[in-house]
Each structure stands twice: as C-alpha cells, then as structure tokens.
Write a protein that binds this ligand. Structure first.
Ligand code: PXL
Length: 287
C-alpha cells in the first residue's frame, strides 16, 4: 500500500527558541518530528546564535512581542493542531503568553506536551529565574504529558536534587508530587536507579514504570529536547506511553553513543542526523 494512503498528516505546534548552533530546541524538534511524519508549525520564542549552555558571548533576540500577534494570526486562520509542544521559554511574560496560547488551541482531542526546560545538573540555566520556575508549574498543570529531568523535577516539587541513587521510593514521591501539579502523565528523565544504568521513570494511571538501560557515560546538550521530540512523535503516531518512552530513550542513548564515538563536542548536541531514517522506519512498523 502507498504510504500516503495510510498516514493522516499530523500537525504539531512547537513553542521553542531557535538556537542557531548546538542542536537543541527547534533545530531538534523540526527534523525529528518531520522524520516521524508530523508537520511542525513553529512559534519561536527567541533567536540565539547558540544555546546558553557552554558558549560565551551568544546573541539573544527576544521574540516575546511577536508571540501574541503570531498565534492570534493562526487563530484567525482557524489552524488546528494534534499536538501543542512547549520547551525552552525565555521570560515570565513568555510563560503567560504560552498559557494563553494553550487555552486558544486546546481541543478535546489534542495532546499537550510540556517540557519544563529549566536547568540541568542540579542548577537552573543561566537566564532562568525562580519566578519563571513558578510560572512553569502553571504550564505543567495544563499538560497531558510533562518530561522533566531530575533537576527540573526537584525544582518543581521542592524535593532534594540527587544526581544518582534514585531509589524507587524517591522516584515514586517525585512522580506523585509532579502529578499533584496537575498533568495527565509524567515522564522523568535522567533517572539513575543504580550505578551504570540511566533512563526514565514514567507515571500513568497510578503506576510507575522504570526503564533504565546500561548508561553511556557522557553528558550532551540537547538530549532532553531530542528525547521529548521522539516521545511526542511516537505518541502522536499511536504508540503507548511505555513504547514511546522506550523508543525515545533507546534512540537518545544511541545518538549519545555515536557522538562519543565520533568525538563530537558535548556542547554541539548529539549526532542524530545519520539515524533519523530509523525513526521513520519505526513509525512504519506495526503499533
Ligand atoms: O536544550 C535546552 C535549551 C534550549 N534552548 C536554549 C538553551 C537550552 C539549554 O541550555 O540554552 C536557548
């Protein structure tokens, strides 16, 4: 059968920054979701020369003033989206605008994925304030799925940050506190239940599942964005949360392994391009 006969075109609105160099946010979400058969409409929050983690002297063009007129035009055009996907936001005002954006485009059927991009390695990102962290909680309340890393989860819940040694009791408490913010499901990333293993904990329908394969010992920028984008693509293409999490975790891990093998600088993001075809192929396989 011809491919186009079986796949309804899916549409996603992605609210992220565009960092010119250093594979993250839109430069990850666009290729990944396109490869998975999802059209991406971009609502850019800012344009930077590079991301803010690891480069000095980057430019930062704030697009807050454009965001309202941008999505109100979409509203007048009557555009509808199967998914609303939010990531890195540059100010408190942007968070308020995104709340309005979600109210406008929310339907009974679509999926809201909020990646509460706030920090990593136990610290908030440069430019990220405590007030923005409070605003991020309100966005999480509107989400069907949130995908915080352990740093973000600690800030969102007020719990102690632990880099490793994530016991089941610690993860369970974290997931329950995140669920109390109001999202439908939680996918925690950077979970290290024991030495040498790294992965995710997902919480759905009152149950937590941990998926943590053997760890690749490296920390690349943009892997959170890669994970979230693959996860959303797989969910949109009908995969269960468990299957989608496994695909996203395995794909991200493979890309880290390839980058390490290639000697890629950790601030340049991971070498995902040679493997994009695999995502397309995975979406052609049976659900
Ligand atoms: O990958 C998260 C991210 C997205 N966008 C910008 C960032 C970061 C992390 O540092 O700086 C601009």
């Amino acid at each position: 059968m011809m491919e186009y006969a079986i796949n309804r075109p899916l549409q996603c609105a992605a609210v992220h920054d565009l960092s010119g160099f250093g594979r993250c946010s839109l430069t990850v979400a666009l290729p990944v979701l396109s490869a998975m058969g999802v059209q991406v409409s971009c609502l850019p929050t800012a344009v930077l020369s590079t991301h803010t983690g690891g480069f000095k002297g980057y430019t930062f063009r704030d697009l807050t003033a454009d965001m309202g007129p941008f999505f109100r035009h979409w509203q007048r055009e009557g555009f509808r989206f199967d998914a609303l996907y939010t990531g890195y936001l540059g100010s408190e005002e942007q968070i308020q605008l995104v709340e309005e954006f979600l109210s406008v485009f929310r339907t009974d059927e679509n999926c809201i994925l909020v990646d509460p991009v706030m920090g990593d390695h136990g610290k908030l990102y440069t430019l990220y304030t405590e007030k923005m962290a409070a605003g991020m909680k309100r966005l999480c309340a509107r989400a069907d799925v949130i995908v915080p890393n352990m740093t973000e989860a600690a800030y969102l819940t007020g719990m102690e940050y632990r880099a490793e040694g994530h016991t089941e009791a610690y993860l369970q408490e974290m997931c329950e506190k995140l669920m109390a913010l109001g999202p439908g499901k939680v996918v925690l990333t950077g979970v290290c239940p024991e030495k040498g293993r790294m992965g995710t904990a997902c919480f759905e329908g009152g149950k937590m599942r941990i998926y943590a394969p053997a760890r690749v010992d490296a920390a690349y920028d943009g892997t959170g964005d890669l994970f979230a984008s693959v996860l959303l693509g797989a969910l949109l293409r009908g995969r269960s949360l468990t299957k989608a999490v496994m695909l996203a975790a395995d794909f991200t891990r493979d890309c880290v392994e390839r980058s390490l093998h290639n000697g890629t600088d950790c601030h340049h993001g991971v070498d995902f391009e040679p493997a994009l075809w695999r995502l397309g192929k995975a979406m052609m396989e049976e659900i």
